[in-house]
Design a protein around this ligand. Structure first.
Ligand SMILES: Cc1cc2nc3c(=O)[nH]c(=O)nc-3n(C[C@H](O)[C@H](O)[C@H](O)COP(=O)(O)O)c2cc1C
Length: 137
């Protein structure tokens, strides 16, 4: 997941992305209240969802870390004012319409402004490791 504030890109690995409503279309992402990216989303009301492809495990690992500049070695471009990572399996640029506080997380209700998909296979996360579809655990 990506965000942009004052021209600075931010990124965080999340597995909590899912569809929420078909008509009208909404998605959701759930973020820990300690997430730096959550602050960016709360202030800008925008978020980018980059569905990583199965060759992008390094990006998933890097963005699960802390710190600024996680996209330093990643190819991306600006789409709808958000960082869109190159060669992903899918992309959604979203407006954060609601943030719902539950325990130590917040549900971010995301209204898509742009949606793109590709033929690339998605990266999976199973038994604490990034994997490809069909790879045995
Ligand atoms: C596979 C995977 C899935 C994750 N899913 C989530 C998630 O859904 N929500 C969340 O808040 N953190 C999730 N994390 C942890 C964040 O990526 C991690 O805490 C990150 O350092 C937060 O960065 P930030 O403070 O810059 O936002 C996940 C980590 C991994 C490896």
């Amino acid at each position: 997941m990506t965000g942009m504030e004052n021209g600075v890109p931010h990124a965080t690995t999340v597995s909590s992305f899912s569809s929420l409503s078909l008509t009208p279309t909404y998605a959701q992402v759930i973020l820990d209240v300690s997430s730096r990216l959550l602050g960016v989303v709360e202030r800008t009301k925008r978020l980018g969802i980059n569905l990583l492809a199965d060759h992008q495990k390094e990006i998933g690992t890097t963005c699960a870390g802390k710190g600024l500049d996680k996209l330093r070695d990643v190819t991306w471009r600006e789409s709808a004012g958000l960082p869109e990572i190159a060669d992903c399996a899918g992309w959604l640029a979203c407006e954060a319409t609601e943030l719902i506080h539950v325990g130590d997380h917040k549900i971010v209700v995301a209204r898509p402004l742009e949606i793109r998909s590709s033929d690339r296979a998605p990266l999976l996360y199973h038994r604490a490791e990034f994997r490809r579809i069909g790879e045995s655990a």
